[in-house]
Design a protein. Sequence first.
Length: 537
Amino acid sequence: MEEKWWQSSVVYQIYPRSFYDSNQDGIGDIPGIIEKLDYLAELGIDVIWLNPVFQSPNVDNGYDISDYEAVNPEYGTMEDLRLLIKKCRARGIKVILDLVVNHTSDQHVWFQEAKKSADNPYHDYYIWRKEPNDLMSNFGGSAWEYVPEVDQYYLHFYSRQQPDLNWENPRMRQDIYKMMNFWIHEGIGGFRMDVIDLIGKVPDQNIKENGPHLHEYLQEMARETYGEKDLLTVGETWGAAAENAKLFCDPRRKELSMIFQFEQINLDKVKGKHRWDLKELDMIELKDVLSKWQSVMENNGWNSLFWNNHDLPRIVSRWGNDHGKYRVLSAKMLAILLHGMKGTPYIYQGEEIGMTNFYSDDISDYPDIETQQVYKERLDQGFSKEDILRSIHKKARDNGRTPMQWSQAENAGFTKGVPWMKVNPNYQQVNAADCLEHKDSIFYTYQTLIRLRKESRVLRQGTYRLIDRENPNIFSYERILENQKIMVICNFYQEETKYEVSLEGARVLTANYPDMEYRSGILCLRAYEAVMLIWEK
Ligand code: TEU
Ligand code: CA
């Protein structure tokens, strides 16, 4: 099959609020992103995914949108956004926007109208019932909220300030498509679709994700908007499993380019429990899950490859090691491990410099609505404060939301004002300026991996095969295309380990140590050592 542009792209995710503040109000903004385009060009990425920049009361940091066609003044103006798109285009970078259409803000004019009376034309844009059932909000508590004016309850799968849209209403759907076409007309490169697998919900049957009409809606959306436009569309689908994933992204079905599936993300929590119920990662399970997804998407599908995002902890703290010299080694190992796979890699801002989780014992340092709500809920359930903090340090969404660490300057060079959220105190050691100065930094490992993806067809298209599944220390796999073979070998842990392998005729593409300890068919892998090798006949 002909290669799509997004199959050879690497995406960089920007959380605008925490990226770079250009006007000293402590909040990252769009002009701030424009100022940092040289940095992104140096890294070599092809696409920027912007978290929501639309008008919003910010109950859930922009995922509660009150006007889909207006830019949040904290981030700048419509002109700033147009300029960003234009300046990116000049550098061959596309901008994809966050499409949040499972819900709006309760401040959106649709909802303001909807709650006035049951016969208001917008009432049916949302989901109302006379009696609540026991559906729960993903942020804790009931998913239903009472409105006295209409004597009914509305559904909200997130906070009560995020009422769910009623996708059964064709008029509502048409309004969404109109809005999408507005942005497509502005020249964007595509959409990241927030919790898109929820739009087909059937609340009366307790169906949240993967409802019976979900794919109908997505096909209609594609037909009415981006269908013929060659854009990148990526669906956030927590409910995607190997069995249903290709319904979203088999090109013959004309829905999405790819999805984010989260199976690996659930491996370090207790099954069936909240993700704050911690469990040690079993690395063999990780191999199995990632390898399974590689094969699920092998034909007529496409993977997204990501370790973290604005909802997840920092990967180096999660499955690497953020202590001392191991931080750099393990961050590079994880980068090589992921970027050797087949799919479109996504880098979350700060990942390329090895930013870590944020360890504070003061709960007010974690402003995220989810953290605050789950914290209270757990106290009520009898968890100790220490116990909850342990979970927060491992899993809270705010771990990934601290301001980008640009330099050793005050506030990590993010702002000259008071940052909206605390800066991670480790910015003296962990910052972009330092990385750019040192050729052996994490940044340049990412730069190399991005370049390799462009240069190497086997990296983009080669088939994937897991090697040595049973090995409890090493994650290794190969990629094969015609007469080329790539092998990735990673020591996932701090302990040295030996690996029997023939490396005859191989050339190193990238590694996280300057040399290899390889003698008579035995590769000795030091702490977190990772190598990517190629054979070309
Ligand atoms: O996240 C979807 C979602 O369900 C998350 O709440 C997730 O379960 C949680 O963060 C655990 O990692 C999307 C957005 O990415 C998130 O930022 C929003 O809060 C949410 O939708 C509501 O729009
Ligand atoms: Ca600002």
